[in-house]
Design a protein around this ligand. Sequence first.
Ligand code: APR
Length: 394
Amino acid sequence: MVVCCCYNSTVVISDMALQISARVSHVRTLLCTAGSLSGGVRGDFLQKAGVKLKHFLTRGSPQQQVGGTPVKSPVRGYMSAATRADRLSASTATAALRRFSQANGSPSLPRGGTGWLGKFALGAALGVGTAALVRSLHTGIITAMSVKSNLDSAEGNWKETKDFLLSLPVEDRRRYYRTSGSVSLDDLPVWTPTAGRSEPIRYQRNEKLDLKISVFSGDITKLEIDAIVNAANKTLLGGGGVDGAIHRAAGPLLKKECASLHGCETGEAKITCGYGLPAKYVIHTVGPIAQGGVGETERNALRSCYRNSLQAAADNAARSVAFPCISTGIYGYPPEQAVHEALAAVREFLDVHHDKLDRVIFCVFLPTDKELYLQNLPLYFPADPAEAAIKSKL
Ligand code: APR
């Protein structure tokens, strides 16, 4: 019986190491059958085989012990024996996998097939040596497990973890979220323009841009999108409010990467990995402190936060971005004034760079903010094609 149990991030593989190769040849048969199937059917088959493989790999069960004590994974020992027997190194297997996927193209891969599981499945289909498959299987499990434990520990290597997470398709990244209840982009309705307020609308109607706008009422750390914006402070080392929420959800590696950025000036924006968040990236920006009132300096600084955050997203191919109501909490910027700087900055960025972004989401945490955005959006993303006195942005 092949049981792989993960306990406190220690992979305990009991009583089955040698049988992995038996299972692997079973999987190989399964997948080599796939080789004889046509594209679409094969894709289905690999998907099922991939799910099956994933299932038996991660089937949960209480920690198994041999002789009453947890055994460390004996796989490494068996692997080197099997590798010697097969005289196949992982690099040979990888080269073969690369040839296979080039020859066959990735569409027939199970979704997320570029991850270690996909490579493993491909290897079995290729007839890659058992040892190399066991090695990729073992590496895959250990990689997955070590990243999982890394995300909870300040001792983890943020650079390696960041590279690993950013290399994954969203389906594979999901197993590393540190919180539950994520909300995907498809769950967010787009803005449907409504008749504006009595004030004259300020921008022309652009239906393509309307489709790029959403209002989300809730916790920004739940959004499974390319980037969420953090209303940070100049140290970038965390704080209260949305900054605290984002750091808590992302885990301690976020602070480690932020520390490497050496702070951020008001109005500027810097990007990091999202780590344990459903968002791939976090864009940190520092809003103006407006307790003493709002002047030209504060208005320009707040617009810069939105503009520079969108630019950072565009520079990193992050096509969906969510903003909290920057500076309207601890920094004291009056929300009824901040909403205009936010909407104007986003509208003017999209007028020029509409091809760089698919969605900009205004995340409103307070009911009063939701009301403010729904009231003012029609001024910036109007319903009527009426001639608009375009603000002097030219
Ligand atoms: N999701 C979305 N929005 C949130 C969340 C959340 N989980 N938590 C708070 N908010 C909202 C607040 O309701 C407010 O509308 O974020 C907005 C910004 O409030 P703050 O977080 O207080 O940010 P800001 O006013 O820009 O002050 C920044 O506060 O947290 C510290 O380190 C931060 O020093 C910096 C200062």
